[in-house]
Design a protein around this ligand. Structure first.
Ligand code: NAP
Length: 280
């Protein structure tokens, strides 16, 4: 039986919650605002304290909602935001970070990520991140959507202090198991799995439903439990209701058996060759 530990460890030894929360598409519909805030706050109460957002989401509206949701809870949370690649130059990254801090109503981010690799030289972005760290505006920095060649380029650019790489990873998107996840593991770097339930695009009928039926759970919970059982992975599902947050938290308690894991492997095969990293 495999049951997930509640934490993963960053390269500097800091432990963060293995199960966190995403925020993409939150803060964009006024009629959903109350439910989204309730969901995020319930998640923090349940220990899902890693919360991921980005300046891109709702062009700032999501960070603004999250800033409101975290009133009185900020100190419990490991807060993650992301900078657009076109804002990742030495100077612009500082302005972007300050704008995110203002929307989030806080004085520091726990982790700041480059959303994907763009045209700005990585040396510049690393310098910008390091300067933000020296100023106490961010505690850690990292990247997102970086494949192995990008990670190697980052190291060559002086980015040895990268804390994590946030990537598309779920039962149906396993390409990174071939080379990227082993590379990260060799560098003691956990991965942050985004869209851990594939943005609700998992096949309608699969072995996940069979396992779910037998356990009186949902296929979403089984898909999430599968990600959470992988070593060195933190997952950030987005849930817009307290009901979904509770269901996701329950997935952390699910211990999939060897037979269930083998059945999942048979239906969602691990990669046999290099597959370029997919992104949403
Ligand atoms: P996801 O977490 O895989 O799926 C979110 C969808 O699942 C929503 O439609 C949500 O509906 C539904 N859902 C959540 N819990 C559920 C449950 N227990 N039962 C049934 N449905 C459930 O997809 P995602 O939002 O794409 O990814 C998660 C987070 O990763 C994002 O929010 C974002 O923070 C981050 N992300 C990062 C990148 C990047 O490039 N770095 C890209 C994509 C995402 P409700 O809203 O109705 O609950």
């Amino acid at each position: 039986m495999t049951r997930a530990d509640a934490f993963v460890t960053l390269p500097d030894g800091e432990r963060i919650a293995r199960l966190g929360q995403g925020t993409w598409e939150m803060g964009e519909r006024p009629e959903r605002r109350g439910a989204e805030i309730d969901a995020l706050r319930a998640g923090v109460d349940l220990g899902m304290t890693v919360i991921d957002t980005a300046e891109m989401y709702g062009e700032g509206a999501t960070e603004t909602l999250l800033g409101d949701a975290l009133a009185g809870l900020r100190e419990k949370v490991f807060l993650v935001s992301k900078v657009y690649p076109h804002n990742a130059s030495r100077r612009a990254v500082v302005a972007s970070c300050e704008a995110s801090l203002s929307r989030l109503k806080t004085d520091r981010l726990d982790l700041y990520l480059l959303h994907w690799r763009g045209a700005v030289p990585l040396e510049e972005t690393v310098e910008g991140f390091e300067s933000l760290r020296r100023q106490g505006k961010i505690r850690h920095w990292g990247v997102s959507n970086f494949d192995v060649d990008d990670m190697e380029a980052l190291r060559a650019a002086g980015g040895l202090a990268c804390a994590t790489n946030q990537i598309l990873y779920n039962v149906a998107r396993r390409g990174s198991e071939f080379d990227l996840l082993p590379w990260m593991s060799a560098h003691a770097m956990p991965a942050m799995a985004y869209s851990p339930i594939d943005h609700m695009r998992l096949p309608k009928r699969s072995v996940l439903d069979e396992i779910a039926r037998a356990r009186q759970l949902s296929a979403v919970q089984i898909a999430l439990a599968w990600v959470l059982a992988r070593p060195g992975i933190c997952a950030i599902p987005k849930a817009g209701s307290v009901e979904h947050v509770r269901a996701n938290r329950q997935a952390l308690e699910v211990a999939l058996s060897e037979q269930e894991l083998a059945a999942i492997d048979a239906a969602f095969k691990p990669p046999r060759r290099k597959t370029p990293l997919e992104m949403l």
